[in-house]
Ligand binder design. Structure first.
Ligand code: MRU
Length: 347
């Protein structure tokens, strides 16, 4: 089964696979402006840190291609305005801001002296971000191979596969690479309340890939680690701070603490685009609070009493001390993270 999380069409359209509809229906939505793309990110038509970054880059490409600016300065102003809208879509994944800054930096090149050359450069940069993401993910999978034993039982949280990236995936890419290299892997898939990215998306991807797995309630992971042999946990991330503290889907922190308690290695799969040395620790990472309806309703059906108070943080921060290693496309980083992340990015 083939599907594209995001795809640029030559007539100036960004096509997104509507992840809210999966696995029941495969629906693609077309976008022609940055405001629509920002809304798609906010509403989680597209989600997952690397996919959000690439989508935002294409959002700027849409702004460039469809702008009626007649001179480069006018087009640069339109790009800045589109960037502001895109930046307000979701706050936690640093890939969003990194991709936007990267496209704007390319657009600032004074050698781009015509509207046409500027448009072409912006689109080219978006394509590069998308292509690099795929290569990065494959390399993360290869770098992780020695850490995944044969016949491994692995706990995975949220969705970090092709759907969360341009293609292939990060943490799920590690599982996929191990499987493609002939290792027998069995995945315990956290369902991932409240949006059920694990139950709906990860299990769909694993089923398509023919990788054996079992969907479990988020709260069941401790039970499996205590009563059965679990070899490792591997999750993705939305932002890794300079000290190694890592923001990821809500529930990751609980999983990491229970893994630590049970002596199970806990790995973060992180493209270097997700490492943010300007954020010193997890305390500085903005945690997105999402609408109460995600908690009070499932598939449109209310499951709580009327008017109940709800807390719905989309992410949490796992302190670095619970993380065994951070697996990047440039190599595997072990503690002390402060020092070793800096060395990795300086490479
Ligand atoms: O709210 P989501 O679905 O965008 O959250 C996604 C995650 O937390 C992923 O683990 C993270 O973005 C890494 S995806 C490769």
């Amino acid at each position: 089964m083939t599907y594209r999380t995001l795809e640029w069409l030559d007539d100036g359209i960004l096509r997104l696979l509507d992840q809210r509809e999966l696995p029941a229906r495969t629906v693609y939505l077309d976008y022609t402006d940055a405001a629509g793309v920002a809304e798609a990110i906010r509403e989680m038509v597209v989600r997952g840190a690397p996919a959000i970054g690439a989508t935002a880059a294409y959002g700027l490409a849409l702004a460039a291609v469809h702008s009626d600016a007649t001179d480069p300065d006018g087009l640069r102003a339109a790009l800045q305005a589109a960037a502001e809208v895109l930046r307000r879509s979701r706050p936690t994944a640093v890939n969003l801001f990194g991709a936007i800054d990267r496209v704007l930096a390319r657009a600032a090149d004074p050698a781009l002296a015509s509207v046409e050359s500027l448009r072409a450069a912006v689109l080219d940069e978006a394509h590069r971000i998308a292509e690099e993401d795929i290569a990065t993910n494959r390399q993360i999978g290869l770098n992780a191979l020695p850490l995944v034993p044969d016949r491994a039982t692995i706990i995975h949280h949220c969705n970090t596969g092709a759907l969360a990236t341009v293609d292939y995936g990060t943490a799920l890419g590690i599982i996929r690479t191990a499987h493609e290299h002939g290792k027998q892997v069995y995945v315990l898939v956290d369902e991932t309340r409240p949006r059920l990215q694990g139950a709906r998306l990860t299990s769909w991807e694993l089923k398509n890939l023919g990788i054996p797995h079992r969907v479990i309630a988020d709260g069941a992971s401790g039970h499996y680690m205590r009563t059965q042999h679990v070899d490792l946990c591997v999750v993705g991330c939305d932002r890794v701070a300079a000290n190694g503290d890592t923001a990821n889907k809500i529930g990751t922190y609980n999983l990491a603490v229970v893994a630590h308690e049970n002596g199970v290695p806990f790995y973060i799969a992180a493209p270097t685009t997700t490492i943010d040395l300007s954020t010193r620790s997890g305390d500085e990472i903005e945690i997105e609070e999402r609408p109460a309806r995600e908690m009070t309703h499932i598939d449109g059906v209310q499951i709580t009493p009327d008017g109940v108070e709800v807390g719905n943080p989309a992410f949490d921060v796992t302190p670095a001390r619970y993380i065994t290693a951070i697996i990047t496309e440039r190599g595997v980083v072990y503690p002390p993270f402060e020092e070793n992340l800096r060395k990795l990015l300086a490479k």
